[in-house]
Write a protein that binds this ligand. Structure first.
Ligand SMILES: Nc1ncnc2c1ncn2[C@@H]1O[C@H](COP(=O)(O)OP(=O)(O)OP(=O)(O)O)[C@@H](O)[C@H]1O
Length: 712
């Protein structure tokens, strides 16, 4: 951008010299605006990467269009190309756009928008680009995205240019109709309208294809970014622990990202669409405002022949200003309502999904009536809020449609007296009407897109608060097991092999202590059983040992490079085949077929061997005990160094439990087992017994109890 700024400043200097020579005020104005544009271009290192692309486009255009205009001003423009000389206002307009981009980048709402957009436009991810007719080539994702944006902006500007050309066509065409000039009528239609219309259609189709490609790539990238951010370092779990205000993360990832970029299926307006639309509107505003301004010269007052400078433009500005103010007054509650609507819809969908997941439990408890009541109550929130949206939109629609209706007649209303007085032709009147409507449509951007803007703002707020919740969860700190073993309780030689706790204190999310003063060393090949009252913090201790519990003090030390696996009471069954459930989280094909079959036999699940590749809702098909055995099979395949069983055999009968423990000891001789359980029969499978005991302070601590029997 610095180099570009220098080029712009050079151009501003040339402009100043040309201004001095020609004495033309407009050239001086162009030189001054370009100088300011050079300053903002230089400063644009500080602004968002997304906006920087636009600032760069407009700075480059300032130099190119400005140089062409200067050539014309100093008389170097070829005579033969006189018809194609650029309008003087064009370089001035693009220079102002560049300055405007810089200025808006500091508005808070624009900052939160670009903070999310910039992630994509700052990525260093490599990608493969396929651009017809070139062979595939490697590129950086952000460069490809920026190229697409540049191309789309240029295409859009070309479309505005064609639109303006067509407005002149209609002026000449209507004049030909009025003058009954048949020859010009047909010439205009076939040699002007049809070629330009064809180019316009080709531009629109190309724009659609490229814009869709950009949106798909952007969404895929941002989706992966958020999925990673949400899952890395157990952030999703920490967010649950914190109970942060970020409701329904699934919706934020699946819907809000898409809606942020492109508005999704519902409204069709997101950051990309709004930016392109705004640029198109601004370009057409400036172009038509100039036309409207020049047309105003025709509107001289009766009897006096004096024209009010820019009379039509001021009329359009006043009319649009009043409209925007009233629209905002009527619709300002829509953003909050749209935010709530998305939350209520997601809550309702989540309740329905939960019902499907817990169908059996609900049916057994005859809970259908209670569920109906909950569902109806949640749905009534959806509808209640929707009614409020309808009420607001009713007022807004009544106003905007009346406004739209009246807008069509305002220019005729203003031009008619002049037309009937013979001061303007029919062609001028029709061009005035179309220019007035184009200026008005650009000025009434906020009126026309108010509902979509309100929805977009609510999507932006949801993504921003999701980001804030992720950041808060990540900022919880890392109370993590350490890879060294500094405890004084053990000799140096044993440091690398033991798992130890030193002055360990665990809290609940509200800060209250649950486990205190825990000092213990788990030794390899010494199966330990941890017992204690319900709610005493046994599972919480295992969570801390596996590194997912963030609230604690003291030291947890784990041997280097050792695999620790934890089996909870209710195992997780992923969606998919039975094989993927057994091998989870490893790849389903990570183990030999015979090994998987043998493991199923070892846990007495041989009847499932034939169903290994069947996809089903296994969490609902298998009994509690079968699911627990399946989890044991997982451990047998994974062969961890440390296996923590948190009531992982509680749904089995005692005989089956004994068989499972024997199998574990036989098949995993190198694994140290630490179990949590309430059954006394478990003591027989462990050489150590540790108990969680209440303290006077109301928390719990670990107490070593002598082992009644050696492991079998
Ligand atoms: N995310 C959480 N937020 C608030 N409190 C929690 C959270 N997780 C656990 N607790 C509380 O911490 C205490 C200890 O829970 P934990 O699951 O560790 O007990 P436990 O000893 O394993 O019990 P049980 O033998 O019944 O399984 C309980 O009172 C529980 O309500």
């Amino acid at each position: 951008m610095q180099l570009l700024a220098l080029i712009v400043v050079l151009f501003a200097g040339v402009g100043a010299v040309a201004g001095f020579h020609t004495g033309d005020l407009l050239v001086w104005l162009l030189a001054a605006t370009s100088a300011l544009c050079a300053v903002t271009t230089w400063q644009s290192r500080q602004i968002s990467s997304f906006l920087k692309i636009f600032a760069a486009i407009f700075a480059v255009e300032t130099v190119i269009f400005g140089s062409l205009c200067l050539l014309d001003k100093v008389g170097l423009w070829p005579e033969s190309l006189a018809d194609y000389a650029l309008p003087e206002s064009l370089p001035l307009t693009v220079a102002m756009f560049a300055i405007l981009v810089y200025a808006v980048s500091f508005i808070p709402v624009v900052r939160s928008m670009t903070k999310i957009a910039d992630r994509y436009f700052e990525t260093s991810d490599p990608t493969i680009a396929r651009v017809w007719p070139f062979p595939a080539f490697g590129a950086m994702e952000r460069r490809l995205a920026a190229t697409m944006i540049v191309f789309l902006v240029l295409l859009n500007q070309a479309e505005v240019g064609i639109d303006i050309r067509l407005s002149f066509f209609s002026r000449d065409w209507f004049n030909a109709i009025q003058a009954k000039d048949e020859h010009t009528f047909w010439i205009q239609l076939f040699y002007v309208f049809i070629p330009w219309a064809f180019i316009y259609i080709a531009a629109v189709v190309t724009e659609y294809v490229i814009a869709s490609t950009l949106v798909i790539r952007w969404r895929s990238w941002l989706n992966n970014f958020y999925v990673d951010r949400w899952l890395d370092n157990h952030t999703h779990y920490r967010m649950q622990l914190l109970g942060t205000t970020s409701d329904n993360p699934d919706q934020r990832i699946s819907e809000d990202i898409y809606r942020f970029i492109d508005g999704g299926q519902a409204s069709g307006y997101g950051i990309y669409t709004f930016t392109i639309l705004l640029i198109a509107k601004l370009s057409s505003l400036v172009s038509y405002a100039i036309i409207l301004w020049s047309l105003s010269a025709n509107f001289t007052l009766p009897y006096y022949d004096i024209a009010v400078p820019g009379f039509l433009f001021w009329a359009a500005l006043f009319y649009a200003g009043v409209g925007t103010f009233v629209t905002h007054l009527l619709g300002r509650s829509l953003t909050t309502l749209a935010f709530k609507q998305q939350r209520f819809e997601a809550d309702y969908r989540f309740s329905l999904a939960r019902l499907r997941e817990y169908g059996e439990q609900i049916a057994l408890l005859l809970g259908e009536e209670a569920e109906k009541a909950t569902l109806k109550q949640r749905f009534s929130s959806v509808i209640g809020n929707y009614y409020q949206i309808v009420t607001t939109r009713k007022k807004l629609t009544a106003f905007t449609s009346s406004y739209g209706m009246v807008s069509q007649f305002i220019p005729y209303f203003l031009a008619a007296p002049f037309y009937f007085a013979g001061k303007i032709t029919f062609g001028v009147m029709s061009q005035t009407a179309s220019a007035f409507m184009s200026v008005n449509s650009a000025l009434t951007f906020f009126i026309n897109y108010y509902v979509s803007l309100a929805e977009f703002k609510s999507v932006l707020d949801r993504l921003t608060s999701f980001d804030a919740a992720i950041e808060k969860a990540q900022g919880l700190g890392t109370f993590r097991p350490r890879g060294s073993f500094p405890t004084e309780a053990l000799p140096e030689a044993e440091i690398m092999t033991h798992l130890g706790l030193e002055n360990l204190k665990l809290h609940l999310p509200d800060g209250s202590a649950i486990v205190e003063n825990a000092n213990l060393a788990f030794r390899p090949s010494e199966a330990a059983l941890l017992t204690g009252p319900s709610g005493s913090g046994k599972s919480t201790l295992l969570r801390a040992l596996s590194g997912i519990w963030p609230f604690g003090e003291g030291t947890i030390a784990r041997p280097h490079h050792q695999h620790l696996m934890l089996l909870p009471q209710k195992p997780y069954m992923p969606i998919g085949t039975l094989r993927s459930a057994i091998t989870y989280p490893a790849d389903p094909l990570a183990f030999e077929e015979e090994t998987v079959r043998e493991t199923l036999r070892a846990v007495k699940l041989e009847r499932l061997i034939d169903k290994l590749d069947v996809e089903d809702l296994w969490a609902q098909r298998l009994s509690g005990g079968e699911q627990q055995r399946l989890a044991i099979a997982r451990a047998l395949l994974a062969k961890p160094d440390w296996l923590f069983l948190d009531e992982a055999t509680s749904a089995m009968d005692e005989t089956l439990e004994a068989t499972v423990y024997k199998t574990l000891v036989e098949k995993l001789p190198a694994t140290t087992i630490v179990s949590i359980g309430h059954r006394s029969s478990l003591i027989h499978f462990h050489s150590r017994h540790i108990e969680m005991r209440g303290t006077q302070e109301g928390s719990f601590t670990l107490v070593e109890i002598s082992a009644p029997k050696a492991a079998e």
